[in-house]
Ligand binder design. Structure first.
Ligand code: 6PG
Length: 467
């Protein structure tokens, strides 16, 4: 077989995806920036019995020359400059009708720009979000494709084959033009940040408020993973908490510095939300928590100056489980709101139900909720808000008192729960038909003559302070 499909970038994710492609019977040609990775990969694939349809080259140039047209080349290189540099070289080598697929965590604005530049040259470009970490890439990731319908047709067969399956259906789809796929991945990561933060807060309450050991808490998460909270993140949390550090014999989580890294994709969701005049406050809280976590020195000073211990908590497992469930529903709901708003702004026509379906398996935020979320988006949603879907109204109504007990108990005892508190603040705001921004409008008018709308509908009105 002479491969018309190529993959450039044999890092952890690139190698895993390449093995997945070979495993599905496709011929593949690989290459890498530093060429020593190529024979190593060929050897690795051989050991797995997957080298029959594998060929390799030690440069982009040689790779393109070895492949008959029309070619499709998947880029698995770090997002940002390396992607641009690789594309620049590729454009000169490829011919009309060839396709470039960027499968990294690229900024959707870069993807929009690259689509324009590349397609002007008669080539086809796909910006593709891939989720699921190394294991997902190897055995079936969730794949969010952005590009033209023609571009999708060119790669559909292989993408659907390598994707995770949910009830036999591939967790991959063409979700819209140019930046749509990478934007859906961005929102995925925003939700990922929020869910991780909510889980970490609940863990913190059990650990520092109820005095439980990581192992015991892990067992609780294990149990929760068999119920409404069933999900990949809850599953791995249980495993992480029950793991022991071999050097010290302590719980593994206890030897890790509490400063969270972030490559930025989750943050982009919060940035886009705010830029569009919207809010995804649970996701924002999660981004903020990671930022504050990195200011360890300040937190040490703060712990000294405001030295009030975190108090004991008498919260039940059931309350914590319910609070986490509502928090999770709200973070999905906020992610989908941002998805819809951006889709409207950029004319992507993203089908939220399809995005939810693509996330049902393979990705980091896969959870039992997603099938119900997809169904909710197929029905008539009041105000387009997931939290008003019948199925979720029942869940939220039932669990809201628990979230309230958890947030009030935690805050009264001095535990930081910014994401849980944000979820509660959001729900309380959205069930307040008449809020207090009448006062803000009055203040704006007072100091800046900004005007306000009267309740009778008259616009551009001013208050008596201007009489
Ligand atoms: C996924 C992950 C993946 C990666 C993120 C983590 O869906 O498989 O989201 O893309 O783990 O880059 O992002 P941070 O480094 O920002 O936590």
């Amino acid at each position: 077989d002479t491969a018309t499909l190529g993959l450039y970038g044999l890092g952890t994710m690139g190698s895993a995806l390449a093995l997945n492609i070979l495993d599905n019977g496709f011929a593949l040609h690989v290459s890498n920036r530093s060429s020593d990775a190529v024979p190593l990969f060929v050897e690795e694939a051989g050991a797995d019995g997957l080298a029959d349809k594998l060929t390799g080259s030690d440069s982009l140039d040689a790779m393109v020359n070895a492949m008959p047209a029309p070619r499709a080349i998947i880029l698995m290189v770090p997002s940002g400059k390396p992607v641009d540099a690789t594309i620049q070289t590729l454009i000169l080598l490829l011919a009309k009708g060839d396709t470039i697929i960027d499968a990294g965590n690229s900024d959707f604005r870069d993807t929009i720009r690259r689509t324009k530049d590349i397609e002007q040259q008669g080539l086809t470009f796909i910006g593709m979000g891939v989720s699921g970490g190394e294991d997902g890439a190897r055995h079936g990731p969730s794949i969010m494709v952005g590009g033209s319908p023609a571009a999708w047709n060119a790669v559909r067969e292989v993408i659907e084959a390598i994707a995770a399956k949910f009830n036999g259906e591939p967790c991959a789809d063409h979700l819209g033009p140019d930046g749509a796929g990478h934007f859906v991945k961005t929102v995925h990561n925003g939700i990922e940040y929020a869910d991780m933060q909510l889980i970490a807060e609940v863990y913190g309450l059990m650990r520092y408020g109820r005095g439980q050991s990581p192992g015991d808490i892990g067992a609780v998460f294990d149990r929760w993973n068999k119920g409404a909270l069933e999900s990949y993140l809850v599953e791995i949390t249980a495993k992480v908490l029950q793991a022991t550090d071999s050097e010290t014999d302590q719980p593994a989580v206890d030897v890790i510095l509490d400063a969270a890294g972030q490559k930025g994709t989750g943050r982009w969701t919060a940035i886009e939300a705010i830029r569009m005049g919207q809010s995804a406050n649970v996701i924002e809280a999660a981004v903020a928590a990671r930022a504050w976590s990195s200011e360890g020195a300040a937190r040490t000073v703060g712990a000294d100056i405001y030295d009030t211990p975190r108090g004991e908590l008498a919260l039940s497992d059931v309350d914590l489980e319910s609070a986490l469930l509502v928090g999770r529903i709200v973070s999905y709901a906020q992610g989908f709101r941002i998805l819809t708003a951006a889709s409207d702004e950029f004319d992507w026509s993203i089908d939220s139900a399809r995005a939810a379906e693509v996330w049902r398996a393979g990705c980091i935020i896969r959870s039992a909720l997603l099938d119900d979320i997809a169904s909710a988006f197929r029905s008539d949603l009041p105000e387009g808000q997931l939290i008003f879907a019948d199925h979720f109204v029942v869940l939220i109504r039932d669990a809201l008192p628990a979230l309230r007990r958890v947030v009030s108990g935690a805050t009264a005892a001095g535990h930081a729960v910014p994401a849980l508190a944000s979820a509660l603040g959001f729900l309380d705001t959205l069930r307040t038909a008449r809020g207090t921004t009448d006062l803000i409008q009055a203040q704006r008018d007072f100091f800046g003559r900004h005007g306000f709308v009267r309740l009778d509908g008259r616009k551009d009105q001013h208050g008596p302070w201007w009489d």
